[in-house]
Design a protein around this ligand. Structure first.
Ligand code: KIV
Length: 255
């Protein structure tokens, strides 16, 4: 599906996006029929073990985008432009082209960077916007837009991205009423994370929704599986069977 075709879903069917960072997960997601895979710079936390996304590099992102592209041959892939990759429109264009070469069909840019977004769109690169909580520049991970001035700024940022012609925009950690107001005001589909039910779609970080890290529990996060427990149970069984020489048995041995 061409990324711009996602606009057709607005008001008709919800858009489903999940993150992936490696080939095997991308292959699984590709088989589920979700709309989009985001190679998010959230990999700074869930893959690299940092506290935030501020140290993720373009090289890191391209490495993971290539891995995801090897696994997902049908689902459109969006590459997240990391901090410092889009300081100037020229840098942004060069880096966005590298994402496309790595296998992404479009890129996501945090915040309203009009000149950058316009440059990429003019070069034919589909852009996903991102407003609300902006982890690359945020000093803390609190909900944004609870107070009227901040809510107005986020609303106007969303209108600006809509005018520019992004193919969708992420609304991160904002009150549901603000997300609803934005979703109703823009032609671009909105994809929420911590932004309530009225968005045109939803995104979650795959490791979070599968329950890898039980200590990460923001209010918006629902765990759809408990892989932490499943993995630990499997490892305990392996330990027990190896210790008691139950594994490897004859069926799992070359004769
Ligand atoms: O980096 C990421 O995974 C994201 C999503 C949370 C939207 O930006």
């Amino acid at each position: 599906m061409k990324l711009n075709a996602l606009r057709m879903k607005k008001g008709k069917a919800k858009i489903i996006m999940l993150t992936a960072y490696d080939c095997q997960m991308a292959k699984i997601l590709d088989e589920t029929g979700i709309d989009l895979i985001l190679v998010g710079d959230s990999l700074g936390m869930v893959i690299q073990g940092f506290k935030n996304t501020k140290s993720v590099t373009v090289a890191d992102m391209l490495y993971h985008t290539r891995a995801v592209a090897r696994g997902a041959t049908n689902t459109p892939i969006v590459g997240d432009m990391p901090i410092k990759s889009d300081r100037t429109a020229r840098d942004a264009l060069r880096n966005a082209q590298r994402f496309i070469k790595a296998g992404a069909q479009g890129v996501k840019i945090e915040g309203t960077r009009s000149k950058v977004v316009r440059t990429l769109l003019n070069a034919g690169i589909p852009v996903m916007g991102h407003v609300g909580l902006l982890p690359q520049t945020a000093e803390n991970y609190r909900v944004k837009g609870k107070r009227p001035p901040e809510a107005e700024k986020i609303f106007h940022d969303a209108l600006e991205l809509d005018e520019l012609g992004v193919f969708s925009m992420v609304l991160e950690c904002i009150p549901e009423a603000l997300a609803k107001r934005i979703t109703e005001a823009v032609r671009t589909p909105t994809i929420g994370i911590g932004a309530g039910r009225y968005c045109d779609g939803q995104v979650l970080v795959i490791n979070d929704m599968l329950g890898f890290d039980e200590s990460f529990a923001p209010k918006y996060l629902k765990r759809f599986a408990s892989l932490n427990k499943i993995i630990k149970d499997a490892i305990a069984k392996f330990q027990e069977e190896v210790s008691s020489v139950v594994y490897p048995d004859s069926d799992h041995t070359y004769h």
